[in-house]
Design a protein around this ligand. Structure first.
Ligand code: ADP
Length: 397
């Protein structure tokens, strides 16, 4: 069985074709600048990479170029589209409606459209991706996998904001959380890796990438997470502010003569470690600048690490006990010094990192010392595989 995983953004489309017998990627790629000019990078396993500028006026054209690349005699990995058993779509926001992956039909898509308000940049693009695939592969079953679904188990006290309750009733303003596919995949894998039953496990997952979120997972269920109504809340990120005093919004609007969308643009695109450092949103650039003596780059890293550590501390309280702290995603998997610094704040929890074991990137392993009270793990995330597995499960039912 081969499953195509699609992650459609407003001007980009990432894809992977996965052979579910071996769970290996047989081709993956990226369409960029859709609706602008168009650029396709297609990486088939064991064949030369295809990298070309090509006209992509809309997402349907992008999907058809991907399908052509997959079946092309030179760059292809399958002989016909009928080899694709199903398509799994990443969908950012499922609101309160979707606590699980779902087979997509017109009724379900209409329900997803109702969540567009909550993720105006992402959901409409996701739906365009679904519609485009349906048009070009009318016989392949499609499944939607939501970033928010895993967090639907949070209790009221974790998801409600202390705002007038009517905003929750009228508009569903609440914490939803994101990166759910990753938090679910990584926490399950951590329990397996430690050989402890998932239902008895208490795990804190730190998904640290361009966007970062921390999640408290109790018995395999999310009970709290740092992102909120939108992916802006939580720790400082590449360009996102994370949690700030909400009064700052009015203050900046007044002093910088900005309207609300302009201030929100600053919080989403010009803040985070980029805003503090003025150097870059990429942690590799920050490390290099800090090394060269740039104070603002150093303080940006310090702010990020301190905030991640504080969330871990608060989730230790929420969980009542911690079996494992897990690092994942670009920074979590690769940034040795960020992990070291974050863990150095956690001695109160009995966390003791082993510097030697922590000197590793991108592989599943234990990072903590043998006498650490809490295990610290590195578990690489694989959101595409998680989406493909859920898609397979649903279409086989
Ligand atoms: P996204 O949220 O866009 O998926 P990623 O999970 O790829 O982001 O994380 C991007 C961050 O991870 C960047 O700040 C980058 O510095 C860091 N990162 C990614 N790969 C490496 C690497 N090999 N070494 C060090 N840092 C890395």
């Amino acid at each position: 069985m081969k499953i195509l995983v699609i992650n459609c953004g407003s001007s980009s489309l990432k894809y992977q074709l996965i052979d579910m017998e071996t769970e290996e990627v047989i081709a993956k790629g990226l369409c960029e600048r859709i609706g602008i000019d168009g650029h396709l990078v297609h990486k088939p396993e064991g064949k030369p990479v295809l990298d070309k500028n090509i006209d992509m006026p809309d997402h349907t054209v992008a999907v058809s170029l991907v399908l052509n690349a997959l079946t092309d005699p030179v760059s292809g990995v399958i002989s016909s589209l009928s080899e694709i058993s199903a398509v799994g779509h990443r969908i950012v926001h499922g609101g309160e409606k979707f606590a699980d992956a779902v087979v997509l039909n017109d009724e379900v898509i209409a329900e997803i459209e109702k969540c567009n308000d909550l993720a105006p940049l992402h959901n409409p693009a996701n739906i365009i991706g679904i519609r485009s695939c349906q048009k070009l592969m009318p016989n392949a079953p499609m499944v939607g996998v939501f970033d928010t679904a895993f967090h639907q188990t949070m209790p009221e006290k974790a998801y409600l904001y202390a705002l007038p309750y009517e905003y929750y009733e009228k508009y569903k303003v609440r914490r939803y959380g994101f990166h759910g596919t990753s938090h679910s995949f990584v926490s399950k894998r951590a329990a397996e890796f430690l050989n402890i039953p998932l239902k008895d496990s208490k795990i804190i997952v730190c998904h640290l990438g361009n966007g970062s979120s921390i999640c408290a997972v109790d018995g395999g269920k999310s009970i709290d997470t740092s992102m909120g109504l939108t992916p802006l809340e939580g720790v400082a990120m590449g360009t996102r502010s994370g949690a700030i005093d909400p009064a700052i919004i009015e203050f900046i609007a007044e002093h910088e003569h900005m309207d609300l969308p302009q201030v929100m643009n600053v919080l989403n695109k010009k803040s985070g470690v980029y805003g503090v450092s003025g150097v870059s949103s990429d942690f590799r650039d920050l490390a290099a600048a800090a090394e060269a003596g740039d104070h603002r780059a150093q303080i940006a890293l310090d702010v990020f690490e301190y905030q991640v550590a504080k969330y871990i501390g608060s989730y230790a309280v929420a969980l009542g006990r911690v079996d494992a702290i897990v690092f994942t995603a670009g920074i979590g998997e690769n940034n040795i010094s960020a992990r070291e610094h974050i863990c150095s704040y956690l001695s109160v929890l009995g966390v003791k990192l082993d510097a030697q074991k922590n000197n590793v990137r991108g592989q599943e392993t234990i990072l903590s010392a043998d006498d650490s009270k809490v295990k610290v793990l590195l578990i690489p995330t694989n959101e595409e595989l998680a989406i493909a597995r859920q898609t397979k499960e649903l279409v086989q039912r």
